[in-house]
Design a protein around this ligand. Structure first.
Ligand SMILES: Nc1ncnc2c1ncn2[C@@H]1O[C@H](COP(=O)(O)OP(=O)(O)OP(=O)(O)O)[C@@H](O)[C@H]1O
Length: 262
């Protein structure tokens, strides 16, 4: 398996130093090239888990192996895309994409690579624009190009389209699907959105909360492109919605009792 999470537990401490188990015994094997989504209610530990694969957060126990190596820190083999594009505002589009390549490639090689990936995200016409001159969707495409330019084997995406409007999201879904088909990357995609996970992934991991566990592991057998298979999408959506309803109710109940206590 290309990515393996073995018996992952994560405990955080709240402000009263009370231990809170966020992830409980997560075991997951992801083959190379798979597009896998991690779906679950707010606070179930999706971002924590993704950040562990990235090597940005350590586990309390258990381990994550990527391509045969135990993850202990971030590495070039894993690119990360966050909900906010986090571009350098003083650099233009091309400079932002070239920035992580500066130590590895000469300027002209870096430029060539940046141009290639800007073309892939359909931003070839904006090489000298600055982030503030771009829409949110365009900024997010720059951020995807920047991650891809490092040629990571794994692309880790944490609600990358969460802050965008519905139309832009749809367009980016299509582009991301094409990029994934072209590049054969392994993509781990965190989202709240059931429809987004069904549109994009080969497989959906549905997580429950308090503590975060894997509730179910669904293989999505709907042929691509998926838009035309509305009935199948609707049926799967309902199935997942029913599964998540109990979990979401749990979160609401807990939040209400927290408010009542404080
Ligand atoms: N550094 C931290 N210290 C203490 N608690 C934390 C820390 N990071 C996350 N948590 C808690 O861990 C739980 C899981 O957080 P996480 O961000 O992984 O969830 P999530 O499923 O990605 O949520 P969302 O969908 O809202 O982004 C939450 O209850 C959060 O408050």
């Amino acid at each position: 398996m290309f990515i393996e999470a073995k018996k992952i537990n994560k405990v955080y401490f709240d402000k009263n130093n009370k231990p809170i188990t966020v992830l409980n015994n997560i075991n997951l094997s992801i083959p190379k090239g798979q597009f896998i989504s991690i779906l679950g209610p707010s606070g179930c530990g999706k971002s924590t888990f993704l950040s562990m694969i990235a090597g940005l957060t350590g586990s309390t126990s258990g381990e994550i192996i990527v391509n045969g190596k135990k993850v202990v820190k971030p590495g070039k083999d894993r690119g990360m895309v966050f909900q906010q594009a986090a571009l350098f505002p003083w650099m233009n589009v091309t400079e932002n994409v070239m920035f992580p390549l500066r130590k590895e490639l000469s300027k002209s090689e870096g430029l060539k690579r940046a141009q290639h990936f800007l073309k892939m995200v359909q931003l070839s016409n904006y090489p000298t624009h600055y982030p503030h001159e771009l829409s949110g969707g365009m900024q997010q495409r720059v951020s995807i190009a920047r991650s891809l330019a490092m040629d990571p084997a794994v692309l880790l995406m944490d609600e990358p389209f969460g802050a965008l409007d519905e139309q832009t999201r749809s367009r980016l879904h299509r582009q991301l699907e094409e990029i994934w088909i072209d590049t054969q990357k392994t993509i781990v995609f965190v989202t709240h959105s059931i429809s987004e996970s069904i549109k994009l992934s080969d497989r959906i991991i549905v997580m429950g909360t308090r503590p975060g566990t894997i509730l179910t592991d669904i293989t999505v057998n709907i042929p691509r492109p998926r838009e035309q298979h509305r009935q199948q999408i609707g049926a799967l959506e309902e199935q997942i919605m029913a599964l998540l309803k109990t979990e979401i109710d749990k979160v609401i109940e807990e939040e209400q009792s927290y408010e009542a206590d404080s």
